[in-house]
Write a protein that binds this ligand. Structure first.
Ligand code: SF4
Length: 404
């Protein structure tokens, strides 16, 4: 279970007012004492998260957030962190204190959940502390609410079962590749092992794709740029070549035109976000003007080198392709600017370190501010003049509108 990357687990987060019993709920669900439980409001300052197995659904991340309703300056900072958890949540639990329900707060939050199209489950906490008629009256005011107390195992079991059920409904399969090819297809993956590659291991999109090929009954072969021509000769039949996007130019030259070619980051976009929207965003590269600001965002943090894709290669290609004098900003990890409206374009990495919910939220926020977004793979394919070629397999599968 621990081998499941966080970005591939659905995230369940607990929201609610200070002292509404969120931490007790977190501890009861995880069966630990990770979150500090205290009657003093505001005890949870930073979000606390735990990876766990929620049966029968499977691996999830559960997050306990700081309480809302604390008006101090510190409370404001906590609320900001709580808001950022919202951005990466797949299912929200909202704790309504049976002793002090504050239903107006819950309704305001329910509106925010609805605005984000984020499913939520209201829970009436401390259910054992109020008389049964009062609890029943409260439940009748909140559709779908379930009572819960860490002292009532049957209620906790029901809540966990309901969470599991809702997560199952959410767990649409968003494969990178396995459904695009018939079983037995031959896939060649081109993985550079240059100074930018982590020593002694593959990165997550590469590992995920190998696993998907195995799951889909495909035969996969992993090679470097240097050994690619020999691999193609020896294999004879090849149904698809998937390359690291940084090697698009040389791989496109080496792979015969009749063999479909695409990039890890394009397939990652298919799994993690909205490929059509990113494809449409790629058109904005040609519309950039002198003085425009461009945000280059990636979701991992790593040491920068002279070959860094985000800091060095993409800025150089952007300059070469557009010929414009642009102002570039960079974001890494979970740092992400709030004022997206300042940008004429966002070039985002594949986002393998964050969940689909978080990636989709980033896209939604940009769309609301009318800022086009493309991703590394599509941008590089565009700059090397092979965008159409890199999309041919996906277009044939009806994945993206022609000429989006
Ligand atoms: S840059 Fe983005 S896609 Fe690449 S490894 Fe980091 S998080 Fe994953």
């Amino acid at each position: 279970m621990n081998a499941t990357p966080q970005s591939n687990r659905l995230t369940v987060s607990i929201f609610g007012r200070c002292n509404a019993g969120k931490s007790a709920l977190f501890n009861a669900i995880t069966d630990t004492e990770n979150a500090i439980v205290s009657g003093t409001p505001g005890t949870t300052t930073d979000p606390v998260s735990k990876s766990m197995e929620l049966l029968p659904h499977g691996p999830i991340v559960l997050i306990d957030t700081a309480g809302l309703g604390d008006d101090s300056a510190l409370g404001e900072a906590r609320v900001k962190k709580t808001q950022s958890v919202l951005n990466r949540t797949d299912l929200a639990l909202y704790a309504i204190d049976a002793q002090a329900p504050a239903l107006a707060d819950y309704r305001a939050f329910a509106q925010e959940f609805a605005r984000r199209a984020l499913p939520h489950l209201p829970l009436i906490t401390k259910s054992d502390t109020v008389p049964a008629p009062a609890l029943a009256a409260l439940c009748s005011q909140v559709p779908d609410a379930l009572p819960v107390s860490d002292r009532r195992p049957e209620e906790l079991t029901r809540v966990k079962a309901e969470i599991s059920l809702r997560l199952d409904a959410l767990r649409e399969d968003h494969p990178m590749l396995k459904d695009l090819l018939p079983a037995g297809a031959v896939v060649v993956m081109v993985v550079p092992v240059d100074s930018e590659a982590p020593r002694g291991r593959l990165i997550l999109p590469q590992v995920q794709l190998i696993r998907e090929c195995l799951d889909g009954g495909h035969r996969c072969h992993v090679t470097t740029e240097r050994t690619l021509p020999q691999a193609l000769r020896e294999l004879g039949r090849v149904d698809l070549v998937v390359t690291d996007s940084q090697a698009f130019a040389s791989v496109a030259r080496a792979v015969p035109a009749e063999i479909p070619l695409t990039g890890f980051s394009i397939l990652m976009a298919r799994q993690k976000s909205d490929l059509s929207a990113l494809l449409a965003g790629t058109r904005a590269v040609s519309a950039l003007r002198d003085g425009d600001r461009v945000l280059i965002a990636e979701t991992c943090t790593h040491n920068r080198s002279h070959e860094d894709i985000g800091r060095v290669k993409i800025p150089a290609l952007l300059q070469k392709t557009t010929g414009k004098s642009l102002r570039l900003d960079f974001a890494a990890g979970r740092d992400y600017p709030e004022r997206l409206e300042d940008y004429a374009l966002i070039i985002h990495c594949g986002g393998c370190m964050i969940s689909r919910a978080e990636m989709m939220n980033r896209l939604r926020t940009a769309r609301a501010k009318r800022v086009p977004v493309t991703n590394y793979g599509l941008f590089l394919a565009h700059c090397h003049g092979i965008l159409e070629r890199s999309m041919s397999l996906l277009r044939a599968a009806g994945e993206a509108p022609p000429h989006a």
